[in-house]
Design a protein around this ligand. Structure first.
Ligand SMILES: Cc1ncc(COP(=O)(O)O)c(C=O)c1O
Length: 327
């Protein structure tokens, strides 16, 4: 029986750590404009079961028909729904986000894991099924070439863009166009530092009413409606844009300090990086015992690596001191 228990970074059952490098959410969040909209949300009433106004707003934001937009209780819920509505093999380019394989196991579907874009395209040609590509990839930060994404989108494909809004602008330019023929998955709670609000959406390549209907009624609450609607607004987008240079400086600074310690670092255009520490589980446990949470990448098949998100100078100083002692 495959492992169905979710294995994620972020929250665990221990007390909140002093410094959290395990979550990839925007470290400068929560975004004030989005938080204010959530606080204004009237939680005494059900949301509109069709989410008409919200889908209209998101359609305008992405310049697509609102009828192609499907909202869900987080990208994880939408991943499960997409798998349930598809047929055949579930394909992934590993190492990657665990929910694609977990969803496949829950739905008793075959999982095909490949290790390179070329192998992905070859396998897709033989057996289309449904492919998942994460851009930029969690945990490696790989921003797959846009030509590869466009070629893969010729078959049934989901492009998970959870961290795309947190990427350097030049890297992110063009991904929407490259993925235009795929299901595009958006999870704005990360960019706005509000992962506790369970709301996300997808843009389907064509109108598919069954996808929106294959969920419990009122699948997202008014707090999530407020997050998604205000997240597409000018104040939230401006805040996000302004936050990124600082977060990027934190990431490159952290990468530099780790390299100065003689460690191998792998960086992409997103706000997190990978560092090779040897026994990742032991090091992660040692850090956790000293109030610092990191993501042990063993469950991704990378037992020597930790994933670290960009955090501020005080958090970095604490991390580097404990890491030096543990190594
Ligand atoms: C790549 C990726 N996609 C989707 C998700 C899940 O997002 P949500 O919080 O919207 O369920 C995560 C969460 O870690 C993720 O890393």
């Amino acid at each position: 029986m495959p492992e169905l228990r979710p294995v994620h970074g972020g929250t665990d059952s221990l007390p909140q750590p002093r410094h959290d490098f395990s979550s990839n959410a925007n470290p400068l969040g929560p975004c004030p404009a989005v938080l204010a909209a959530i606080r204004r949300a009237d939680l005494t009433r059900y949301p509109d079961p069709m989410y008409t106004q919200l889908r209209g707003r998101l359609g305008e934001f992405h310049q697509v028909s609102p009828e192609r937009i499907v909202v869900g209780a987080g990208a994880s819920e939408l991943i499960l729904r997409l798998i349930r509505r598809s047929s055949g093999t579930i394909r992934q380019l590993v190492p990657t986000f665990s929910e694609y394989a977990r969803g496949a196991h829950l739905m008793r579907r075959r999982v095909s894991s490949v290790h390179s874009p070329r192998a992905f395209l070859r396998a897709q040609e033989r057996d289309p099924g449904l492919g998942f590509l994460c851009w930029p990839n969690n945990p490696t930060g790989d921003a797959w070439p846009l030509e590869f994404i466009a070629a893969a989108a010729a078959g049934p494909l989901v492009v998970d863009l959870a961290y795309a809004p947190l990427c350097e602008g030049s890297a992110a330019a063009g991904i929407e166009r490259a993925a235009a023929r795929a299901y595009r998955l958006y999870s704005p709670n990360k960019a706005f530092g509000l992962t506790g609000v369970r709301g996300a959406y997808l843009i389907a390549p064509r109108i598919e009413r069954h996808l929106a209907l294959d969920a419990p009624s009122w699948v997202i609450g008014r707090d999530a409606v407020a997050l998604l609607e205000s997240g597409a607004g000018r104040p939230a987008q401006r805040w996000l844009e302004q936050s990124l240079p600082r977060v990027r400086r934190w990431r490159t600074g952290l990468a530099g300090s780790l390299r100065d310690m003689g460690l191998t670092v792998s960086e992409g255009p997103a706000t997190f990086l990978l560092v090779r520490v040897g026994e990742a589980t032991r090091i992660a446990a040692g850090l956790r015992g000293r109030g610092i949470r990191v993501r042990d990448c063993t469950s991704f098949g990378l037992p020597e690596w930790l994933r670290l998100s960009a955090q501020g100078p005080a958090a970095q100083k604490a991390l580097l001191a404990v890491l030096k002692a543990l190594l």
